[in-house]
Design a protein around this ligand. Sequence first.
Ligand SMILES: Cc1cc2nc3c(=O)[nH]c(=O)nc-3n(C[C@H](O)[C@H](O)[C@H](O)COP(=O)(O)OP(=O)(O)OC[C@H]3O[C@@H](n4cnc5c(N)ncnc54)[C@H](O)[C@@H]3O)c2cc1C
Length: 520
Amino acid sequence: MKRESIISQLQDEDKVFDFLVIGGGATGLGVALDAATRGYSVALFERSDFTKGTSSRSTKLVHGGVRYLAQGDVGLVREALRERGLLRHNAPHLVKDQLFLIPCYRWWEGPFYTIGLVLYDLMARKLSLGRSVCIGPKRASRTIPTLRRQGMKAGVLYHDGQFDDSRLAINLVHTAIEAGACILNYMNVTALLKEDGCVCGVQVQDEENGREYRVHSRAVINATGVFADEILQMDKPGKRPAVRPSQGVHLVLDASFLESDCAVMIPKTSDGRVLFAVPWHNKVVVGTTDTVMEHAEIEPIALEKEIQFILDTAGNYLTRTPKRSDVLSVFAGLRPLAAPRSEGKKTKEISRSHKLFREKSGLITIIGGKWTTYRKMAQDTLDYALRYIHLPTYDCVTENYQIHGTRPNPDFSDPLYVYGTDADDIRVLINSSPEMKERLHPDYAYTKGEVLWLIRNEMPRTLEDILARRLRILFLDARAAMQVAPVVVGLLARERKKDEKWQAAQLEDFNSVASHYILN
Ligand SMILES: Cc1cc2nc3c(=O)[nH]c(=O)nc-3n(C[C@H](O)[C@H](O)[C@H](O)COP(=O)(O)OP(=O)(O)OC[C@H]3O[C@@H](n4cnc5c(N)ncnc54)[C@H](O)[C@@H]3O)c2cc1C
């Protein structure tokens, strides 16, 4: 993952890639990986950092979607459960089996949710992660001691998957590059190239030095999530919007709010959604909301009413009500939902399944879906594109394709477990000098050696790339992230040979973003 050497592949303007993907989130990276592993040449451009958009801001679940089952979307649940199983198999270092508890306060809820979840297990067939069971209130309280005990009639235990979204994305970048893909961050697609009205490539600008490239391709795939309409407008100005952004907010709390490795699922909040409290990297992620937004922002900001809703709802179920001052980090993400044809439909009712369509110019757009189903979305996109372009057809191979870093039976108590097999390399660097062993923060296991390794191997370009999407500390504890920022920017500047002015600008940019992750 050396950006400079990958960029050199763009010098030859006569080169024609088979596929060109716009957008470096879950969807685009999945498409690039699918294409490269089938044997096609493929380039992907991301205008910011990988997963800067929605794909770093999920609930961190690899799941079938219990809620979609309740909505009767059986096809989507079955597909997602299969993908959950495949992903756990292909990236065992990043996808955990997570136990969930549904606390039941009305007599009928225990049997009702047990029947639904047994069905959920059966739909997963041999890829099931474990059996769902109904338990009494005593065992439920032992499982999660901080749950409100008063009035509890039963609990239902079930299994789903849990992961680190941005880390999986970085491993997808690695895997795709190893399979021959040309993948770059900080490359902004500014225009579509056309010949006789047909899209034949893109104009792309290097955000670091302003240099422009014209890159040709047989097919162009728009995988820009909530920004898909921007690319569609480049193709045909005035086109009706295809995407409806819906904001979801998460609050991160200390692990003591759960005192358990088991997650909580509240199946019906006052606005008819589900609320999760999921253990993640020794913290608890609580969310989410569903708020229709007018515009897509790259750094969406949580609304006060969303924050209050999560605090209030969590407080209804926990013995200790979380307060604003307990929130370690708050982050918001935008769901790229397909805009419904009929107005007035609530966003929670819009199907989460993905949607593929092609313009007259040949531009292909993929929107919607979930992180969990990124692989199937990619397979469908390639199969769809291959119907229209003249290329030999190779079959998809990603069902059983091991993702970079794969390590069977990982030790999830190892602070470096998310790196999979790369952890061995990182340890060598950490042990190479006393300086590399130095911790960034007394409360966290991150070391200077780990940071240096990821600067050299994972293509971060800015301080925020490291603290938000490589280490995840901004999402876990925004104040701690601001405290470690000066040391981390020093390491980045040393590696990238940047001066003090650059460091000061990086710190200012980072602190401005991080201030939105802190509640005052
Ligand atoms: C609150 C919330 C919780 C969720 N939780 C879960 C969950 O637990 N499990 C699950 O499976 N799914 C979950 N999802 C869904 C999942 O996160 C999304 O479906 C997925 O991340 C969408 O990825 P994407 O690649 O389509 O979009 P994005 O991740 O937004 O990627 C699009 C990228 O395109 C880039 N781009 C835009 N314009 C250009 C341009 N001109 N040139 C180059 N690049 C460009 C953007 O910078 C961006 O990085 C959740 C979503 C939300 C919002």
